[in-house]
Design a binder for this molecule. Structure first.
Ligand SMILES: Nc1ncnc2c1ncn2[C@@H]1O[C@H](COP(=O)(O)OP(=O)(O)O)[C@@H](O)[C@H]1O
Ligand SMILES: NC(=O)OP(=O)(O)O
Length: 312
């Protein structure tokens, strides 16, 4: 039986700039096409932290040259740009890898909007790191100059932070379902989706970046996936991460993972959203499970040889 999997690609699958991205998506495509070749039906989503920060900076620079001619580009539009920028490279790299292996399968990127609650408390407390990493002094100077908020990101340096409301509904879900049923490999919900609020028949973009792991979980439920795979820069989720007594987690139940999250083992803004998404998907229907592992270990992980698997 064909198993349907939603694969969420982390930062290391894409790189941090155009040149890195062109290279990274080639390797990413090999790992993804391994799954397709093994008979899995794959729906891809991806992050956009570095990309949306880069696009926002470029748009700000343009605006600064002549703000009347080039009005400020809203963050929601920057997210939309990041979906097409990543989708373009990823779609072409997948197409090429499929063709190289003699597999005939169309690949489509869906510009995806995701509804959020305008009253989500996340709008008052930004938590989503985007853009490049800075040292503390540079970040503080930028925050003062631009009135942005900054945060230390999981021991890796300082970054801008923006609001990250919870995804509620994928607007283009029927389009995605139709393409999946038609046998296409679909890239959707890039960068967590373009955040919008519904106002009657109008969809209004809002200044936020949705977490791609939370959105991938919503996507996985919407397409009735059997498995959610979150690919990142670590082979397994750890307890006491970065400490001398660090331990890797392999097969773990939802209840055990909930207790570890409660005990503070997973860093907010990096591993915690992945763990929360993993728990939510495994809880959503009996038989569903989530795998968190390295991009290049995706196939090994899916057959149970590595990674952290969360199930009821
Ligand atoms: N408990 C933990 N176990 C494993 N990794 C952790 C843990 N806590 C924080 N991390 C960090 O989280 C990172 C993954 O988050 P992040 O880089 O934000 O993800 P993404 O791959 O989606 O870009 C890992 O590479 C690791 O550095
Ligand atoms: N939107 C999002 O979650 O991006 P990152 O995975 O790059 O943080």
């Amino acid at each position: 039986m064909v198993k349907r999997v939603v694969v969420a690609l982390g930062g290391n699958a894409l790189g941090n700039n155009l040149v890195e991205q062109m290279k990274a998506v080639k390797e990413t495509s090999k790992a993804i096409v391994d799954l397709i070749e093994a008979g899995y039906e794959v729906i891809l989503s991806h992050g956009n932290g570095p990309q949306v920060g880069m696009i926002q900076l470029a748009m700000e620079g343009l605006s600064m040259t002549d703000s009347e001619k080039y009005p400020t580009v809203p963050l929601s539009v920057c997210v939309a740009m990041s979906q097409s920028y990543v989708g373009y490279d990823l779609q072409n790299a997948l197409r090429e890898e499929l063709l190289n292996r003699g597999l005939v399968q169309p690949v489509a990127t869906v510009i995806t909007q995701v509804a959020v609650d305008p009253a989500d408390p996340a709008f008052k407390t930004p938590t989503k790191p985007i853009g490049r990493f800075m040292d503390q002094a540079e970040a503080e100077a930028l925050a003062a100059a631009k009135g942005i908020q900054i945060m230390e990101d999981a021991g890796r340096g300082y970054r801008q932070v923006v609001a990250s409301p919870k995804p509620q509904e994928i607007i283009e879900v029927e389009t995605i379902q139709t393409l999946v049923k038609g046998g296409q490999t679909v890239i959707a919900c890039g960068g967590g989706g373009i955040p919008i609020v519904k106002e009657g028949n109008q969809l209004k973009g809002v200044a936020a970046v949705i977490d791609k792991d939370f959105c991938s979980e919503v996507l996985a439920e919407a397409v009735d996936a059997d498995l959610l795979i979150i690919l990142t820069a670590v082979e397994k989720v750890c307890i006491n991460y970065g400490q001398p007594d660090q331990e890797e987690l392999s097969d773990i139940s939802v209840a055990e993972m909930e207790a570890l999250a409660e005990a503070g083992h997973f860093a907010p803004g990096s591993m915690l959203p992945k763990v929360e998404a993993a728990i939510a998907f495994a809880k959503s229907k009996p038989g569903r499970k989530t795998l968190i592992t390295l991009l290049e270990k995706a196939h090994e992980g899916i057959v149970g040889k590595t990674g952290t698997t969360v199930q009821l």
